[in-house]
Write a protein that binds this ligand. Structure first.
Ligand code: SER
Length: 319
C-alpha cells in the first residue's frame, strides 16, 4: 500500500467521492485532498486538504514531497461544455496538469498514477453502438482532443519510461453528493433535482439522445479496482473503455415516472446537443471486464432509486 495518496481535483464531482472512499479504505490521514477551491464539509473535515493549482508544477512537487506521496489521482479538468467556451484554457489546464504528474512519476517521485479519460475521445466517425476499445477516434470537442492526446501521452510514458499510469474512459457519471461542473451529461443529474422540486424538467438534450452513463458508486469502484489490480493485468495503458448503462432523456424520464407519476419532461436542445451527437450511445468495455474483472452494479432503475433518495434527503436538509 502507498505511503500516502494525493487526489488532485478533490473538490470536484468525482474527486470528492473518490477521496472519501479512499479515506474509508486506507485511513483518513493517508489521503491528501487538494483542489484550487475548498470542497464539501465532509471532504474538508475528514482529512488533510491543500489548496493547489494543478498547473503549478512547483506547488504540486512541494505537496508531493511534504506528504511523502506515492500515488496520485489527477482528477482536475475542464469538462466538455465549459471547454467549448474556453478552448485554450481547457487545453492548458487538461494537458499541463497531466504532464506534471507524468513527469513526477518519470522522475520516480511518485510510483503510480490514475488519470481519467472520457467517452469524449470518440467522435462523429466512431461507430456509435457497442463502440470498440480500439476504433476510429476523431474527437470533435476541445475536451475530447485533450483527453485523446492525454491517452497517447499516458501510453507513451508507460512504454518509454515505465511509468505505472492507469486510466478509464468514464461515461457520464451520475451522483448527488457534489454538483457536477460543465459536462454534457449533467442533464441526467439536474433532472432529479427538478423532478423532486418542480415535477418537471426541460432537457438540453433531445428526447432520444442515448449516451453511456454510470452511477457514481460504480465509477469509484472501477477506479479503485483498476488501481489495485496487479500491474501485469493492466494491459491497456492509454485508457480502458468503461461502461454500465446507456439511456436517453426519454428513458430516464420514464424511470423517474415510476416513482413520481406527475413528472413531465420537455426538450429544448442547446449547443450541448452537438457535443452529445458526436459521442457513442453505448460502448464495449469487455477488455476491462476480462483484464481486471470489472463488473457494474447499478442499472437504470437502481440508479434512479439512489438518486431520488439522495437528492430528496439533501432537499430536506436544505429546507
Ligand atoms: N461527463 C463528461 C462531460 O459531459 C464526459 O466525460 O463532459
Amino acid at each position: 500500500m502507498a505511503t500516502s495518496i494525493l487526489v488532485i481535483g478533490a473538490s470536484g464531482q468525482i474527486g470528492t467521492e473518490l477521496t472519501l472512499k479512499l479515506r474509508e479504505i486506507y485511513g483518513n490521514k493517508k489521503i491528501v485532498a487538494s483542489d484550487i477551491r475548498e470542497g464539501t464539509e465532509a471532504l474538508m473535515e475528514s482529512g488533510p486538504f491543500e489548496v493547489l493549482d494543478a498547473t503549478d508544477l512547483q506547488a504540486v512537487t512541494k505537496i508531493v514531497e511534504k506528504h511523502d506521496i506515492s500515488e496520485v489521482y489527477q482528477m482536475a479538468a475542464m469538462l466538455s461544455a465549459t471547454a467549448e467556451k474556453h478552448p485554450m484554457k481547457a487545453w492548458d489546464l487538461n494537458m499541463e496538469s497531466l504532464f506534471h504528474i507524468l513527469n513526477l512519476a518519470r522522475e520516480k517521485k511518485i510510483k503510480k498514477v490514475f488519470w481519467p479519460s472520457s467517452i469524449a475521445v470518440f467522435g462523429p466517425n466512431t461507430p456509435k453502438n457497442n463502440t470498440p476499445q480500439a476504433t476510429i477516434m476523431e474527437p470533435a470537442t476541445v475536451y475530447g482532443i485533450s483527453k485523446q492526446a492525454g491517452e497517447r501521452w499516458c501510453d507513451y510514458f508507460f512504454k518509454k519510461y515505465g511509468v505505472d499510469v492507469r486510466s478509464l474512459r468514464y461515461p457520464g457519471i451520475i451522483s448527488y453528493k457534489t454538483q457536477p461542473g460543465g459536462g454534457t451529461t449533467d442533464y441526467a443529474i439536474e433532472i432529479f433535482h427538478q423532478a423532486l422540486k418542480n415535477k418537471k424538467y426541460t432537457s438540453f438534450l433531445s428526447e432520444n439522445t442515448a449516451l453511456p452513463m454510470m452511477y457514481m458508486d460504480d465509477a469509484i469502484q472501477a477506479t479503485i479496482d483498476l488501481m489495485e489490480a496487479p500491474a501485469e493485468k493492466v494491459k491497456i495503458r492509454s485508457s480502458y473503455n468503461l461502461a454500465a448503462i446507456s439511456f436517453s432523456p426519454a428513458e430516464l424520464a420514464g424511470s423517474i415516472k415510476k416513482h413520481i407519476s406527475e413528472f413531465e419532461i420537455a426538450y429544448k436542445p442547446d449547443f450541448r446537443q452537438e457535443i452529445a451527437d458526436s459521442w457513442p450511445s453505448d460502448i464495449d468495455d469487455s477488455r476491462a471486464r476480462e483484464d481486471w474483472g470489472w463488473k457494474h452494479k447499478y442499472n437504470l432503475d437502481g440508479l434512479t432509486k439512489k438518486m431520488l433518495a439522495g437528492v430528496a434527503e439533501q432537499l430536506k436538509i436544505a429546507e
